[in-house]
Unconditional design. Structure first.
Lengths: 138, 305
C-alpha cells in the first residue's frame, strides 16, 4: 500500500498500534483542510506493529496532548521533502484541560472556570497529580 | 516566601528559622507585643474550625494587630455563589494577610494565585494543614529538644489524616527517624505516601494494628481522631471511630519521657485519665500552635526584629 510522501508537513511515527485514531481526535486533525493520512497496523522492526499519522502541512501540534497519549511516539518535521527535525515526544511535565480531576473534594469540582491542571510527579510510574488537590489521575 | 500553602514549600532551614523565632517569642513576649500594630489579619473560614481560627486570631492579637473575618461559609458571600478568587480579591483590599480554611482541597492554592496579600492555608479538606505541622514540629523541638533520632508512633486514621501525612513528609527530612504506623487495616497509610516519601527517602517504618506492640520503643506517640467528615459511608465511621483508646494501662510499658501528642479536638481516642500524666503534651501542643503562627505571620509580613 502506498501513501504519497509529503513535501512540507509532519509525520507522527512510532505510535502504539491502535492509538492513531485517538491521537487524530485529540489533536483535532479532522478540523484541518489539508490531507491527513492515518496508517494503522503498519509493520515495524522495533514495535512489530505501529500507527503513523501524516499531515500534509506544517502545523503546530500540541506535544503535551501527544506525549500524554503516547510518550513513545516520534515527530518528524518535513521541509522541502527532507526530514528537517526529528524528536522523541516523551511524557509532558504538565497537562492542561485534557482530563478532569475526579476527586469530589477538589476545588475544581465546584469552580468550573479553573483550568484542570495535572503535573507529572513520578516519571518512572507515569503518575500525574492534580495541581490543586494532588490526587493522582485514575 | 510569600504564602504558606503546603509544608513541602518550606526548606528545613526555613522551618528551623520559624521554630527559633517562635521560641524567642515565647521567651520575650513583650518584645513582640506591637510588631503588627496597624496590620490586619483576615480569617476566612469557609468551614468551621474554632480552635484553629482562635489560634490565628490570638496570634495576631498578641502581635498587636487586628483581626476580621467569618467563621463559616453560611455567613459569607460563598452562600450567594461567589468564587474563591473573587472573595480573595475583595478581602485582599481589607486585610494585610489572610488565613483561610476551606472544605475543598486546593482552594487556598487558588486563592494564593489571585491574591496580592499573603495567604496561609489553615486547612483544605483532607489535604494540607501546614500550620498544624509547624505546631507539631515546634512541640517536638520544645519537648524532645531535637527533631532527629526519634521513633514516632502515629496512631488512628492514617488514611485520611492530613496532619499525619504532613508530619511524615516534614519529619522524613530529618536524620534517623523511624515511624511506627498504627492503624486498622481500613485506615492504613496510602501507598503513594509509602512509595514517594518513606521508601524514596529510605525511612524505616513498621505497620501494625496493635497500639501496645511497640509502645516501649516510642519517643513520640501521635494520636489522631477518626473524622466523620472524611467518610462517605456512615457505617464505616461508626465501626472505626473508637478502634483505639489510649489509657493509663496501655502506657505501662511506655518510656518515661514519651511525648503524647494529638492535633485536637480529642473525642474518645485518649482517655481523660491520661491528661494528668506528665507525658501528655496535647494541650501544650495547642499553645505552641499560637506561637508558631505568630512567627509565621511575622515572616510573611516581612516584619524583622
Amino acid at each position: 500500500m502506498n501513501i504519497d510522501s509529503i513535501k512540507d508537513g509532519i509525520v507522527i511515527d512510532h505510535i502504539q498500534a491502535g492509538k492513531g485514531m485517538e491521537i487524530y481526535d485529540a489533536l483535532k486533525l479532522k478540523e484541518l483542510d489539508c490531507q491527513v493520512a492515518i496508517i494503522t497496523n503498519a509493520k515495524s522492526q522495533k514495535m512489530e506493529r505501529k500507527d503513523i499519522i501524516k499531515i500534509d502541512r506544517a502545523i503546530n501540534i500540541d506535544l503535551d496532548i501527544l506525549g500524554f497519549i503516547d510518550p513513545e511516539s516520534t515527530v518528524n518535521i518535513v521541509k522541502e521533502n527532507e526530514i528537517n527535525q526529528k524528536f522523541h515526544v516523551g511524557l509532558p511535565k504538565k497537562i492542561v484541560n485534557i482530563v478532569e480531576c475526579q476527586n469530589p473534594r477538589c476545588i475544581t469540582s465546584i469552580e468550573k472556570d479553573l483550568d484542570q491542571v495535572f503535573c507529572l510527579t513520578d516519571e518512572e510510574n507515569k503518575i500525574y497529580r492534580c495541581k490543586y488537590c494532588e490526587m493522582s489521575m485514575k | 516566601m510569600k504564602n504558606l500553602i503546603d509544608i513541602k514549600e518550606l526548606s528545613v532551614e526555613e522551618i528551623d528559622q520559624l521554630i527559633e523565632k517562635a521560641r524567642d517569642i515565647m521567651q520575650n513576649k513583650e518584645k513582640y507585643a506591637e510588631k503588627c500594630k496597624g496590620k490586619k489579619l483576615a480569617t476566612l473560614f469557609f468551614e468551621a474550625s474554632t480552635r484553629t481560627r482562635l489560634s490565628f486570631e490570638a496570634a495576631m492579637m498578641e502581635l498587636g494587630g487586628n483581626v476580621l473575618g467569618f467563621s463559616s461559609a453560611d455567613s459569607s458571600s460563598v452562600s450567594k455563589g461567589e468564587s474563591v478568587s473573587d472573595t480573595i480579591k475583595v478581602v485582599g483590599g481589607y486585610a494585610d494577610i489572610i488565613a483561610m480554611r476551606h472544605p475543598k482541597e486546593g482552594a487556598p492554592l487558588v486563592a494564593s494565585l489571585k491574591s496580592d496579600v499573603p495567604i496561609i492555608n489553615a486547612g483544605d479538606g483532607g489535604h494540607n494543614h501546614p500550620t498544624q505541622t509547624l505546631t507539631d514540629l515546634l512541640t517536638i523541638q520544645c519537648e524532645k529538644n531535637r527533631l532527629d533520632n526519634l521513633c514516632i508512633g502515629l496512631c488512628g486514621d492514617l488514611k485520611f489524616g492530613r496532619t499525619v501525612h504532613s508530619l511524615i513528609t516534614a519529619m522524613s527530612r530529618y536524620k534517623n527517624i523511624k515511624f511506627i504506623l498504627i492503624s486498622p487495616k481500613e485506615l492504613k497509610i496510602p501507598e503513594y505516601l509509602k512509595r514517594e516519601t518513606l521508601e524514596k527517602n529510605n525511612i524505616e517504618y513498621v505497620e501494625t494494628s496493635d497500639i501496645e506492640e511497640y509502645m516501649d520503643k516510642l519517643d513520640i506517640l501521635y494520636m489522631t481522631r477518626v473524622q466523620k467528615e472524611r467518610f462517605f459511608n456512615e457505617d464505616d465511621y461508626v465501626r472505626l471511630k473508637d478502634y483505639y483508646i489510649l489509657n493509663k494501662e496501655k502506657l505501662e510499658k511506655a518510656k518515661p519521657d514519651l511525648c503524647i501528642m494529638h492535633p485536637l479536638p480529642r473525642v474518645n481516642e485518649i482517655s481523660t485519665d491520661v491528661d494528668d500524666d506528665e507525658r501528655a503534651c496535647y494541650f501544650k501542643q495547642a499553645k505552641y500552635g499560637k506561637y508558631i503562627r505568630m512567627a509565621l505571620i511575622l515572616k510573611l509580613l516581612e516584619i524583622e526584629d
